[in-house]
Design a protein around this ligand. Sequence first.
Ligand code: IMP
Ligand code: MG
Length: 176
Amino acid sequence: MTTTGLRVLIPEERIQARIRELGAEIARDYPEGPIFLVAILKGACFFLADLARAIDRPVRIDFIGISSYGCAKSSSGEVKLTKDLDSSIEGADVLIVEDIIDTGVTLNYLLHVLEQRNPRSLRVAALLDKPSRRIRPVDAAYVGFEIPDQFVVGYGLDYAEQYRNLRDICVLEETG
Ligand code: IMP
Ligand code: MG
């Protein structure tokens, strides 16, 4: 029988400190006008809430739903839009807010979809990046932390819909 254990990889204080840095950097980088934050459901909601408050500028927020994983720990390679944005992004400075870039399949797909809607600019802010797992290219302008190839949960990230409400980012380890 196997049991699972949690090991803290990035504690709450480090997450929050890094998000304050990212928010300041984003606020400096963008031209006049609101920044249109588009969060990918559901994992990025926690990051969106903290990042939006770290950007000392007008922002708009919206949500998009994409499924690529189901309940498995590895990508099915299949991506579909499960919920579209509520509003148009034409002419807007769009910043996609994502919890983690793993294979890159999700963001590579979403970037293509949103590019066709003619935003003024389109960039990615990802809290975590696992570059060693990439199979599709993704150019993220803002990355919180690069992490090794380990399955993580907490701060929005789930395993089979569990653990999203942990304050720290933890590695989910199988023991025994
Ligand atoms: P990608 O399409 O492979 O880049 O996967 C991106 C999505 O997979 C993320 O939005 C997460 O929902 C999920 N994912 C990837 N790695 C992890 C992980 O370590 N923990 C939890 N979810 C993950
Ligand atoms: Mg997920």
